[in-house]
Design a protein around this ligand. Structure first.
Ligand code: DC
Length: 226
């Protein structure tokens, strides 16, 4: 049996990987994995259960294994995230939830508990997977791997706009600080750190439009429908 094709798009927050991945998946008619949303949903569930990472790690691992998580196509082309049937899409988009997700994500046992759930997204006709370790750990055999970057200032500005569109008010300087902290944690951890796979194409999107990024990807992967 031939393996279902996968395109991995990794990178730090605000690099454009979410938008690019969603667009690619829509244009190809492929599935889309927002792995960050899984870590965010776990952070939300951990907070809801009042669990502490330092003292109750085993309970968090069990929670990760049992998480009743579902993704439902949303009107904006993205996906609504449902936890045990409740729509938590906007609650998990705050930077606070992102920071909690990043802290949980540094733990190897927690990552392991979420691994198969992510691999299960690999369904015909194909998958676009967005995250930090899609090309290095989750889908190391992916045919096409991309790593998007952008300057911290640009990423903070993009994040500000994204949050604003979702009705969340923040400030660019604050976002610059929290995003830089989160990226340093994600890149500095021992388990599946945020680094490009050896065979990934690295694109700096600071000065690029969405169409330009997609154009680069199209050129590299050669799928006609892009
Ligand atoms: O992509 P995002 O901002 O929604 O991700 C939130 C956090 O989840 C991120 O700071 C680190 C963690 N994460 C991870 O460790 N590995 C992934 N593949 C995706 C996200």
């Amino acid at each position: 049996m031939t393996e279902v094709p996968v395109i991995t798009i990794d990178g730090p927050s605000g690099s454009g990987k979410g938008t690019v991945s969603q667009q690619l998946a829509a244009r190809l008619g492929w599935h889309y994995l927002d792995s960050g949303a899984i870590y965010r949903a776990l952070a939300y569930a951990v907070e809801l259960a009042g669990l502490e990472l330092t003292e109750e790690k085993e309970k968090i691992v069990s929670l990760a294994l049992e998480l009743k998580l579902a993704f439902k196509p949303a009107a904006d082309g993205g996906a609504d995230v449902l936890l045990a049937g409740t729509d938590i899409s906007s609650s998990i988009r705050t930077e606070e939830c992102g920071a909690m997700a990043s802290k949980l994500a540094a733990d190897g046992d927690i990552r392991m508990a979420l691994l198969q759930r992510q691999r299960d997204f690999r369904q015909p006709p194909g998958l676009v997977a967005d995250g930090r370790d899609m090309g290095t750990v989750v889908f190391p055999d992916a045919a096409h791997k991309f790593f998007l970057t952008a300057s911290a200032q640009i990423r903070a500005e993009r994040r500000y706009k994204q949050l604003k569109e979702k009705g969340i008010n923040d400030s660019i300087p604050r976002l610059f600080t929290v995003i830089s902290e989160r990226d340093a944690r994600d890149a500095g951890r021992t388990n599946s750190p945020l680094i490009p796979a050896a065979d990934a194409i690295v694109l700096d999107t600071s000065e690029m439009s969405l169409e330009q990024v997609i154009g680069h990807v199209r050129q590299k992967v050669g799928y006609q429908s892009l």
